[in-house]
Design a protein around this ligand. Structure first.
Ligand code: FE2
Length: 362
């Protein structure tokens, strides 16, 4: 662990949404999450309503404003529904805030302590790209349900679809801003550059993007940062920036140990994925070598495969989960490979471009 910036892992991701009650239903019935905690009018909290959704070690918090002057209402008006806060669990929230701001981060929430019968809960937050906050959560001395004010709902159920943890969280930033934000994570939170994809790696006939993957010193927190690159058409990153009204979270990758089972269940419950042409599966074994899964089954489900020197990975991407073409999810199963599916970038981006054409945005 980094000496000046220890991080224990992702704590949760908070989504600002227009209707958290309905979002919670989608994540429960379509993605297999359980609503484990709630805070709102019924628990005596009058500003917002929040639903904590859990599956495996993944915690997603869906919050909605109860009045138009609330920050969440402003954010939803501007950006639509999406991830607004990346919360990291740290041993000492005040220390994390002081270190990050001393090294150039702009403070958003100064160190704050909340206490109830269950103990002491501390947090703080800094600004990152767009209007994204990085929140530092210290729950070592807190035994309660998620955070003060929250009341217990259901237990994590066996209705899950096998999602285990957050693998990575990707941000899209404006042209020319990727290096600035990569440097921001390195400077303020001791992240390192894991890999850099230039426009040569990620280009199709129409559009291109560049990406730098930043990770914390333990390797648990991976935050790739994309920026658009010039091409014949509009980069999918530029399409995102146009509809999100600025930088923000493009996709969240959720890990599973059995992607075939997970994706089968997700498809049965109505989750829509990017369509991959059947030609992708011709000669797949020649491209990626022997894998344990049946290629016919992968083709049926639209799952992509990539291999590097450490092993292989299986991945699939949903359609955007809101009307604006902004946030989507990736489902990933790692079988040795620690990459991001570089070998699939071309096939993937061509699939995204077919969707962009349908939206009139290429
Ligand atoms: Fe990804």
């Amino acid at each position: 662990m980094s000496e000046f910036f220890p991080i224990q892992g992702f704590d949760h991701l908070e989504f600002y949404v227009g209707n958290a009650k309905q979002a919670a239903q989608f994540y429960e019935h379509n993605l297999g999450f359980a609503n484990t905690a709630y805070r709102g009018l019924e628990t005596g909290y009058r500003k917002t309503a929040s639903y904590l959704m859990e599956q495996g070690d993944i915690r997603l918090l869906f919050s909605t404003a109860l009045s138009p002057d609330n920050t969440i209402a402003q954010s939803v008006l501007q950006h639509g529904d999406g991830v607004a806060v990346i919360a990291l669990e740290v041993p000492n929230a005040e220390f994390a805030y002081r270190e990050a701001t001393r090294r150039g981060a702009i403070g958003a929430i100064p160190p704050t302590t909340e206490q109830d019968q269950q103990g002491i809960f501390r947090y703080a937050a800094i600004h990152a790209y767009g209007e994204i906050l990085i929140k530092f959560v210290e729950r070592t001395n807190y035994q309660g349900v998620f955070a003060p004010g929250f009341q217990l709902r259901d237990k994590i159920s066996d209705r899950g679809v096998g999602l285990t943890h957050i693998d990575h969280v990707v941000g899209n930033v404006e042209l020319g801003a990727m290096d600035i934000w990569a440097e921001f994570f390195a400077q303020t939170m001791d992240f390192q550059l894991l890999v850099h994809f230039d426009e040569g790696t990620i280009a199709t006939e129409y559009s291109a993007l560049m990406s730098k993957v930043m990770q914390d010193s333990t390797g648990k927190i991976k935050l790739p940062i994309n920026e658009p690159a010039a091409g014949q058409g509009k980069s999918q990153i530029q399409e995102y920036l146009d509809y999100n009204c600025g930088a923000g979270i493009q996709h969240v990758a959720l890990a599973t140990k059995n992607i075939i089972q997970t994706v089968s269940q997700l498809r049965d419950s109505g989750v829509k994925f990017l369509a991959i042409p059947s030609s992708y599966y011709e000669n797949l074994e020649a491209r990626v070598g022997k894998i344990n899964e049946s290629i016919a089954k992968l083709a049926e489900l639209g799952i992509l495969v990539d291999r590097d020197r450490d092993g292989y990975l299986l991945q699939i991407f949903t359609q955007p989960v809101e009307d604006r073409p902004t946030l989507f999810f990736e489902i990933i199963q790692r079988c040795g490979s620690q990459g991001f599916g570089e070998g699939n970038f071309k096939a993937l981006f061509e699939a995204i471009e077919r969707e962009q054409i349908r939206r009139g945005n290429l």
